[in-house]
Design a protein around this ligand. Sequence first.
Ligand SMILES: Cc1cc2nc3c(=O)[nH]c(=O)nc-3n(C[C@H](O)[C@H](O)[C@H](O)COP(=O)(O)OP(=O)(O)OC[C@H]3O[C@@H](n4cnc5c(N)ncnc54)[C@H](O)[C@@H]3O)c2cc1C
Length: 408
Amino acid sequence: MPVDFTLSPEVEEVRLRVRKFMDEEVRPIQDTLRGAGADRRAYVEQIVKLRQRAKEVGIWNPHLPAEWGGMGLGPVAMAFVSAEAGRTGGIGPYIINAQAPDEGNMHTLLHWGTPEQKEKYLRPLAEGRVRSCFAMTEPEVAGSDPTLIQTTAVRDGDDWVLNGHKWFSSGAHGAAFAIVIACTDPDADPPQARNTGFIVETPTEGWEIVRDVETMAGPANHPEIRLTNVRVPVDNILGGRGDGHRLGQARLGPARLAHCMRWIGQAEVALEMLVDRALKRYAHGSYLAEKQAIQWMMAESAMELYTGKLMVLHAAYKIEKGLPFRQEVSMAKVHVANTLWRVIDRAIQVHGALGYSTDTPLADMMRTARAARLADGADEVHMQTIARNVISAYKKEGRTRSATGDLL
Ligand SMILES: Cc1cc2nc3c(=O)[nH]c(=O)nc-3n(C[C@H](O)[C@H](O)[C@H](O)COP(=O)(O)OP(=O)(O)OC[C@H]3O[C@@H](n4cnc5c(N)ncnc54)[C@H](O)[C@@H]3O)c2cc1C
């Protein structure tokens, strides 16, 4: 089988179009958000205009098929688009309507939704008229183990009645609906069959946003929510009863990889800042860029980024080809999340006191990057899965190749 890393002219063209748009139209707006005098209202108006511009430029909904107003790009092409958009943090992906959690929710609706659900919920999301959220994690039990979910859904006539407590439902403020994972069958065996996904239109009676959880990156719309007798029509089950776990896993695989793609864009920006500073800062007889200690930071960052890019592309390739992808996505997720953290940290180091200040975007980038090692599965949980697969491959095949990318 030939291994060809050449990009098709179509994907190269899209990548350059996204890059140009981000550099020329989004980056200047992003810069206006920083600093004490930032005008939030003007900024939001600009974002709305830029979303319209993204439609005009033809980079709207890159991840959706044409019948949903999208560009029909597969995961491999999306890796290039998301890395370009991710260079502007969360803004770029939002402007092209491929932001978390909506991108993952769109994929979930596309694959699990009934024709009616798609028309009612996917259509407005794809058109950028509404936003959505995904509510699985709960404060009282470990989010790492969804079989512990305590939010219940009980059938009552033509409705399901939901009661429970969620938090970190990103984007819940202002969302038109939530995909809520709740326990419908507490005695199901295996326990993974206990949960079911529901589409809950929000706000609705009994849906109470208790607070926006303040994070180390500030208030970022990750609310805590109380559900008290929230009634959901039977038609709003997403997938089948007991499919909640499968739905979450199917959603999270590609969604985790989409995060990695954006993080690669962020890590690239950090490395470029590191290099730029090192080329300009002079100490002890030479520029920082001429010193071996600093060059090693560059070299390590370059190698980690390169490894991350290959891992992301290979995992995307496996998703695109319908091959098993969970092991590759887990490895990419842990590697890229930690690469992002380390590269930003090195960039801060090379900037000295300036790096510790909030005069550059690095402090914001670092605070935001810390979540990457927790959200979409903590490092340790992925590592546990990775190791289990390595052991299982060795036991079955006497070698570990199938659990290490199944390549060489
Ligand atoms: C910015 C951000 C956005 C998020 N957005 C959403 C969202 O939109 N919707 C949603 O439902 N959730 C969301 N989450 C929640 C996220 O999915 C959970 O944080 C994650 O699943 C971990 O669950 P937990 O926080 O309850 O940690 P816990 O499950 O309590 O784990 C805590 C720590 O225990 C350790 N640990 C856990 N299991 C193991 C193990 N098996 N072996 C070894 N160590 C282990 C790990 O170090 C882990 O970090 C978001 C989180 C963040 C930070």
